[in-house]
Each structure stands twice: as C-alpha cells, then as structure tokens.
Design a protein around this ligand. Structure first.
Ligand code: SAH
Length: 351
C-alpha cells in the first residue's frame, strides 16, 4: 500500500488534495484492495423503479411529494414481475426494487406479493434488493420473510446539521438510523450511502460519512454525486451558495469510493447512475477504482423518464438485451469481468 489511511485527518487531506501523484496512489491502492478482496468482478442488479409516488418531501429530490410538475405512475404488478423475469432470463442475478416512500398496509401487501412472485419465477435464484424507504419493523420483517435479502437506505448525509437542511422538520435523522438498525437486526444485507457535493457540505462531513458507514458496518454502499433538479427547493439554494462544480463532485465521489474500498475491503459498492449523468463513462471509472456493482435500469421504457430524481438522469430506449450487451462490453473493456447468473451477495455479510 502506498498511502497511510488511519485517521479522519488522513481522509480529509486526501479529499481536499488535487495532487495527481496522490490520486494515482489512492486509486492504485483501492484497485489493489478490490482485486485482493472481491476480485476484478462486477455484479448486476436489474433496477426496477416501480413507482414515483412519494409521501416524503426531501428538498433535493425530483419525486418529492410537492413536485406537481411530474406525472406520477405505479407499475402494474405484472409489469414488475415481467421486468424481473427479463432480468432472470438475461442472467442479471439480482433485481433491485426502488420507489418513493409509501407507508401503508396496501403497499406492504403489494410488495410482499411481488417478492413472492419473483422468488417463484426464479426458483429462489434471483436475488432481491429493496429500496423503499423507511418502513415499520413489521413491514421489513414481512418482506424479509417473503424472500427479500438486501435493503438499501441511504443516510444521505451522516451530519445531523446538514440532514436538517436537506429535509423538512418532520423527516427524522434518528428514525432513519433506527430503520437501518432494524434492517440489520432482521439480518438483511444492509446498504447505505450519501450524496456527494451537496450545498453546505464540507470535506469534514464527507470524511465523517465514510467513518459513519464503517462504524455502522454496512454490507453495501451506494454513493453518488448530488445533481440539481430544477423543480426542487435545494436547486434554489444551489444558486445562492458556492458549490463544487459537477466535475469536482464527480472526482470527489471517485475518491470517496476508493477510500471506502480501502476502509471496507469486502463490501459491495455500487457505481451510482448519477456518475453517468456527469461523465458518460462514469460508472466504468468507478469500477476501476473500487466499485463492483452496477444497477442497469430495466424499468419499462415508458415510465423511466418520470422517475426523475435529478435532471438529465439517463434513460435509454434500447431493449434490455441491447443495453446489457453494450454495458457489459464497456465494463469488460475497463478490466472487470461481469458475473452472470449469480446473486453476488456481499462478502462482508455474516448471516
Ligand atoms: N424512497 C427511497 C428511494 C429514494 S431514491 C428511499 O428513501 O430510500 C434513491 C436515492 O436517490 C436517494 O437515496 C438519494 O440519495 C438519491 N437522490 C435523490 N435526489 C437526488 C439528487 N438530486 N441528486 C443525486 N441523487 C439523488
């Protein structure tokens, strides 16, 4: 190893530095750690954005409930199951079901039903990740019992102060933390993460984010650059404050991924889609420096454009087959082998 990363100060000085030599050493170290611990392998999760209806009002997010400029949709259960069937046929190994946060008995039952169908169609072979926000322990338990094995719930920022600037008063940091702990107790593989380059965010907070993720001992991470959505309150703030440029957010995210790989060698790290919004080859670059999961979007094309978390979120109109084949070539050109027909569980996870 070329770098010594032991303290928060070490992390801060790396995040703050624009020395080429240091960057080179960081990425060489993180690549080495990746190779030795999880191999030069990338796993897919077919991402199905099953609804953009949301009861939350996060200031940064394009599908927040107060945004009345978007068309709300809910996929039919049969479309969700069909997309999962397609993922299974293409050998993606796992699917991730994501939606806005809806807490209701109907939603609990609906998702339970979908999980059961997906398990049945694949004889239990297709892995299922959920990303459906904060729910009761009972609901999390029901979904786990139905067959879901992983849950993604980003803390968004580990700083309470920044959290309170990004969310209305009724959104609670403690509740989100409790939800993460409940998921852990229920023996989900737990994923979390943060946005990078938010208004008001400091380098020290980003260093704390990494230490927070290590401290709560996550199994998986999804971490991407913040990208403005014009129809959100945070966009207005972005205009009034000095912020990192998109390129800086991109590079800081790559550094965060590399640092996290070094700090947590065996977890799964996703190359976030928002990296691709800034750089066409963003996800491949993330894979090179430590990420090992990509979430190709297999939401039926007609709905994709309405799941607008941020502006310029990519949505192609190729068939899933075409898209996966092109993506696979691109990833393999950057050095990793894509693994098909395997769930790709987090090696960090101890059941
Ligand atoms: N309702 C689920 C899923 C949220 S959407 C939940 O609460 O977990 C998935 C992720 O998109 C969020 O966790 C957030 O980190 C990210 N996201 C939302 N708005 C964004 C923006 N403007 N820029 C970048 N990422 C954003």
């Amino acid at each position: 190893m070329r770098l010594n990363i032991e303290s928060k100060d070490d992390i801060i000085s790396i995040l703050d530095s624009d020395s080429r030599a240091l960057l080179h050493d960081l990425f060489a170290d993180s690549t080495e750690v990746k190779l030795h611990n999880v191999g030069a392998l990338t796993y897919y999760r077919g991402l199905i954005e099953l609804s953009n209806k949301c009861a939350k009002d996060c200031y940064y997010c394009g599908i927040r409930k107060s945004n009345d400029k978007i068309i709300r949709y809910d996929l039919d259960d049969k479309d969700v199951v069909e997309a999962a069937q397609c993922a299974y046929r293409l050998g993606l190994g796992s699917v991730a079901l994501q939606a806005g946060e809806i807490v209701s008995e109907k939603q609990t039952l609906r998702i339970t039903h979908i999980i059961e169908k997906i398990k049945a169609l694949s004889g239990g072979q297709l892995g299922i990740t959920l990303s459906l926000g904060e729910q009761s322990i009972e609901t999390y338990r029901q979904w786990k019992d139905a067959g879901a094995e992983r849950y993604l719930l980003r803390i968004e920022t580990s700083s309470r102060e920044l959290y309170s600037k990004l969310h209305p008063l009724d959104h609670s940091y403690d509740q989100r933390l409790e939800a993460l702990m409940a998921l852990r107790d229920l023996k989900y593989q737990v994923g979390s993460g943060v946005m990078v380059g938010l208004p008001y965010q400091t380098t020290e907070q980003l260093a704390d984010d990494l230490l927070f993720l290590k401290n709560i001992d996550i199994d998986m991470c999804g971490m991407g650059p913040y990208i403005e959505h014009v129809d959100t309150p945070l966009y207005q703030k972005s205009l009034e404050t000095t912020m990192l440029s998109l390129e800086e957010r991109f590079m800081t995210t790559l550094k965060m991924i590399a640092l996290l790989r070094i700090l947590m060698p065996t977890i799964n790290i996703a190359a976030a889609t928002s990296l691709e919004t800034i750089d066409r080859f963003g996800r491949e670059k993330a894979i090179k420096v430590g990420a090992n999961v990509v979430m190709p979007n297999i939401t039926p094309a007609f709905f994709k454009k309405n799941y607008s978390l941020y502006n310029n979120k990519p949505f192609g109109d190729q068939s899933n087959e075409e898209y996966i084949s092109v993506l696979t070539k691109r990833i393999e050109r950057s050095g990793d082998k894509v693994v098909f027909f395997k769930k790709g569980n987090s090696l960090h996870f101890k059941p």
